[in-house]
Design a binder for this molecule. Structure first.
Ligand code: IPM
Ligand code: MN
Length: 356
């Protein structure tokens, strides 16, 4: 196999560069074992460059990404840049312009990792959220009327399209079928009792697409009930498919159930042929820990495993998963920054040593 895996890396802000370095260190080690070639092109996009140049995604940047097999994103968020600018100008723009319509967020408790749920073991917390990633309240459609007056009106519209929900729902069915867990169940999470237009479209589409997957059990939860159930009975779930905004919220809940931002990772997938996907640790740039070699790189390493799994190197991805589980299970004291018992670089080294 002579295919070279071409990755664009955007280490980004704060602790992003430190965790990205560890993920790439692990990539290099697994590539050596699995005997494949890779190239990483680092891109300095993020808060510092924006403050220097006023530019977030430079001219030609998207076309450059389109020549790659995948994008790796460390973290964005800079203390000197107003909230929303980099989020919208970098992260959301990449998701939208590369049409990464699936946000895949596994919620998996690894061995040795502490969950806030009393008495829960890794076998109890192992489900996946498929979050729609291009529509809903994230479209940025809306406006003001009589801004800055006592009569101000603000409108923020949730956009749902048949095409947008259908491609996400179909992908989720396909994924549930392939995951093939004993439950083999796809749960639609929405709010059909209140969002009687948009979520009715989702519900009807879900029911229709379900007919093509008679082997997959279907299920529906309102999002508020889902939040209770995720805490009370996380073992109930196999795969959840949901809208963008609800998916954002429930995957932070999922993230803490699996041990927090030190471990949670996600993939922004464009599964179409020629599509470019982007993988990221779920946590932010944690500027207060930047440059101290104390941040947890496990989430970034997990994101690299996902990148490999979805870019044609599934065995390499699974080897990283196994090495990470060995390190969390037998070495690390905690998943919290500064409390791991090891530095950022040492955790990366431990994962490398555990690869086989
Ligand atoms: C996430 C983040 C982003 C989102 C923010 C930073 C725009 O919270 O990836 O979940 O809301 O999608
Ligand atoms: Mn979020």
């Amino acid at each position: 196999e002579s295919k070279t895996l071409k990755i664009a890396s955007v280490p980004g802000d704060g602790t992003g560069p430190e965790v990205t370095a560890e993920a790439i260190k692990v990539l290099a080690a697994v590539a050596e074992i699995e005997k494949f070639h890779f190239e990483v092109e680092p891109l300095d996009w993020g808060g510092d460059r924006y403050l220097r140049t006023g530019e977030i995604i430079p001219e030609g940047g998207l076309d450059l990404l389109r020549t790659k097999d995948a994008v790796f994103l460390g973290a964005i968020g800079h203390p000197d840049v107003a909230p929303g600018i980099l989020e919208k100008g970098l992260l959301l723009d990449l998701r939208f312009k590369l049409d990464q319509y699936i946000n895949l967020r596994p919620v998996k408790l690894l061995p040795g990792v502490e969950t806030p749920l009393a008495g829960r073991k890794p076998s109890d917390i192992d489900f996946v959220v498929v979050r729609e990633n291009t529509e809903d309240l994230y479209c940025g459609v809306g406006g003001y009327l009589k801004k800055d007056t006592p009569d101000e009106v603000a409108v923020q519209q949730a956009i749902y399209t048949r095409k947008g929900c259908e491609r996400c729902i179909r992908w989720a069915f396909e994924y549930t079928r392939q995951r093939n867990s004993p439950k083999k169940m796809l749960t639609l999470v929405a709010k059909t009792n209140v969002l009687t237009f948009g979520h009715d479209l989702w519900y009807r589409t879900f029911e229709e697409v379900a007919k093509e997957y008679p082997d997959v059990k279907t299920d529906y939860n309102h999002v508020d009930a889902c939040c209770m159930w995720m805490v009370k009975n996380p073992d109930y779930y196999d795969v959840i498919v949901t809208t963008n905004m609800f998916g954002d919220i429930i995957t932070d809940l999922g993230g803490i159930l699996q041990g927090g931002m030190g471990v949670a990772a996600g993939g922004n997938l464009n599964p179409d042929s020629g599509g470019v996907s982007m993988f990221e640790p779920m946590g932010g740039s944690a500027p207060k820990y930047a440059g101290q070699n104390v941040i947890n790189p496990i989430a970034a390493i997990n994101a690299m495993a996902m990148l490999l799994e979805h870019s044609g190197f599934p065995i390499a991805g699974r080897k990283i998963d196994a090495a990470v589980a060995a390190v969390t299970g037998t070495k690390m004291k905690s998943q919290a920054a500064g409390k791991m018992g090891y530095s950022t670089e040492e955790v990366g080294d431990l994962v490398v040593e555990s690869l086989s």
